[in-house]
Design a binder for this molecule. Sequence first.
Ligand code: RIB
Length: 279
Amino acid sequence: NLIMGSTQTIGVLVPNLANPFFSMFIKGIQQTAQLRHFIPIIFDANQNQKLQTMYLEELIKRAANGLIIASATLNANDIDRILTRNGIPYLLFDQNDAQVGDRVWVDDYKGGQMAANYLLSQGHRRIALLAGEEITHNMQQRISGFRAGMAKYRATLPDDMVVQTPMTKLGGYQATAALLAKKPSAVFCINDETAIGLYRGVQERGLSIPNDLSIMGYDDIDLANFVTPKLTSIHQPAFEMGQVATELLIERLNNPRLAHQDKQLPLELIIRDSVKLIQ
Ligand code: RIB
């Protein structure tokens, strides 16, 4: 490697660097990489296929030693075509469905259940779901778990209580009218970014969270603690997942014959102030 001397590199591809979930994941990668004398090269490609392929090919040209990929649109076949051909070890994360190779993961089904249990324990029954435009495998799990959690209370999530929007603050904001039209007492947002966008939409209409509408997020990004009211969420250990992903990839580089490793990290319900108890 011309630029870095003998330093080894790890290529990292995520959907969106502007989302703190992925920034924390990358910070975890950086920390471990630094300790182990690796340099990460980081890209986001917002699910743009062409851009992703271009970045992968550039990483290969630059002789990346291994890759960490969190992308729903690069499927296992593409990856095998591009990477296996070049013999580069990789680890798939988060939105990738493929259960191949080393894995770092959280139980999204359980995360969905935890969110439903909490909202229902607070008396909510008419709940809307704010989902992404594309329901990736991990989102599917999250939503199925949520439905299962509701079913335990003999409640349901009818399809007409689901609104889909881009998984950004703007996406959440733009979904406000559609969500309010459904007259829910609570909204479960598929991630905190959309929840925070929805906050603005709701508050601009003069409504109060949680008195007029309860909102629950998922991820527990740092902002969750700094919005008013503080956002109740499901904590994903994004930083630790970055650290573990990097550990596993480096172990794989050092020992290609090692049996595949599977590391599951815990999710946690973080109760703050955005869900009202309905008597
Ligand atoms: O906010 C980003 C979301 O998309 C997270 O919930 C993460 O799991 C990802 O797939």
